[in-house]
Design a protein around this ligand. Structure first.
Ligand code: NAP
Length: 371
């Protein structure tokens, strides 16, 4: 999965930078060794006590930093993004929900400050990212159990490390797991400028796959097209262009896609299906339009298309030896151990990602850890 991080370099130079909640602490030249202190340290965190509109329910709070136990790691957060799933989790619309109150944020990168006596995988100064969703990364510091963390190289861009664990991995798995694609094969996707979409473009290009990338129209469409092409996109089309009659000639010069990646739903996904090769697969991983996938009966019957779904959290669960991850081993300042549990009703769960909510939370959530 490390390749995915490196592939994000171009993305970090552009839009991502604005999206990352930079929890700049002092950039530690050398991490402090752990020493038990009589007074518990205070740290700051973005906490929600009940589900609802993030702008209303998320609060900046001072928390006590828990003592570092034998298998624990004291981490100072360096940067944490706001992903659509973070918003959904706060709203209570996600497939996994933490016990409340909870600290927001599922992704991020932190630097190890100190480790417990039985920790062997990481040492002070190392960079770490969450192993699973639900860690609660929107905080200045925390004490986590070692198994909740994955060490990562510290010589990659900070924003790449902070956004490594969800979108690039999702893109990679969807490209690998549904169709046996060979170099020269093509893939079509919508919301191609999304975090996942940009990772798809870069990973596909590295694999020799040709991509048809659909985006929503905008006044500066050429700028977006140029940027996606600079990442490795072969074609960039607007939703409107995809619907045009002339599209029937489009695949004379390149193979029809055997894989479609759907982040949107509604009409956009119907169009993706229209261009899939017979026997091809459309994988739905997001539902940004908040509309169901509509597949034409004739496409299903005469082209034998396959409709599949992908959820990274489920993939991790299915491929993990651990039965149920418990992320925050400590009480972390009065908050209950942050354990995520599957939501009983998962309909319309992880796909909904209102950008409005994201912006609002970004302004609420922006914080500087210096005391
Ligand atoms: N299933 C999984 O395992 C998994 C993993 C990662 C992400 N996801 C999901 O994937 C989606 C994208 O995540 P991300 O972090 O890549 O998001 P992101 O970077 O915030 O991008 C959001 C994308 O959605 C588009 N969009 C927003 N509202 C839309 C609408 N009403 N109709 C059509 N397009 C719309 C945006 O297009 P504009 O630029 O035109 O607004 C943009 O391309 C989210 O739903 C997220 O929950 C799922």
């Amino acid at each position: 999965m490390w390749g995915c991080g490196a592939l994000l370099g171009a993305r970090t130079r552009s839009r991502l930078w604005r999206e990352v909640l930079v929890a700049w602490g002092r950039r530690w030249s050398a991490a402090a060794p752990y020493s038990a202190s009589a007074e518990p340290s205070r740290v700051r965190a973005l906490v929600y006590g009940h589900h609802g509109d993030p702008a209303k329910v998320v609060e900046l709070k001072d928390l006590e930093l828990a003592a570092v136990g034998g298998s624990d790691v004291h981490v100072r957060m360096l940067a944490a993004p706001i992903n659509p799933s973070d918003i959904n989790m706060i709203q209570g619309n996600y497939g996994l929900l933490p016990k409340l109150p909870a600290v927001g944020g599922n992704e991020g990168v932190g630097q190890v400050v100190a480790v417990g006596s039985s920790v062997t995988g990481v040492k002070p100064g190392d960079w770490v990212i969450p192993a699973n969703a639900g860690l609660g990364t929107w905080r200045t510091e925390a004490v986590f159990s070692e198994e909740a963390l994955i060490g990562v190289p510290s010589d990659i861009p900070l924003q790449s490390a902070a956004t490594l664990s969800v979108n690039p991995c999702t893109a990679y798995r969807m490209l690998m797991d549904f169709e046996q694609l060979q170099p020269g094969d093509s893939v079509i996707q919508n919301a191609s400028n999304s975090g996942v979409g940009q990772a798809v473009i870069q990973i596909a290009a590295a694999l020799g796959l040709r991509t048809v990338n659909v985006v929503r129209d905008r006044p500066d469409i050429q700028k977006l097209t140029d940027r996606l092409k600079s990442l490795g996109a072969e074609h960039v089309l607007t939703e409107e262009e995809l619907r045009k009659h002339e599209m029937k000639n489009f695949f004379k010069d390149m193979p029809q896609p055997r894989l479609a990646l759907n982040c949107v739903g509604g009409k956009s996904s119907t169009e993706l299906l229209r261009h899939l090769a017979p026997g091809g697969t459309m994988v739905t991983y997001g539902g940004m339009a908040k509309q169901p996938v509509i597949a034409s009966v004739s496409q299903l019957i005469f082209k034998d298309l396959k409709l599949r779904g992908f959820w990274l959290s489920q993939w991790k669960k299915d491929h993990s030896p651990e039965p149920e991850p418990v992320h925050d081993s400590s009480s972390s300042g009065g908050l209950a151990a942050q354990k995520v549990t599957p939501r009983a009703e998962t309909e319309e769960s992880h796909g909904v990602a209102p950008m409005k909510g994201r912006r609002v939370v970004a302004s609420v959530a922006y914080f500087r850890p210096e005391k």
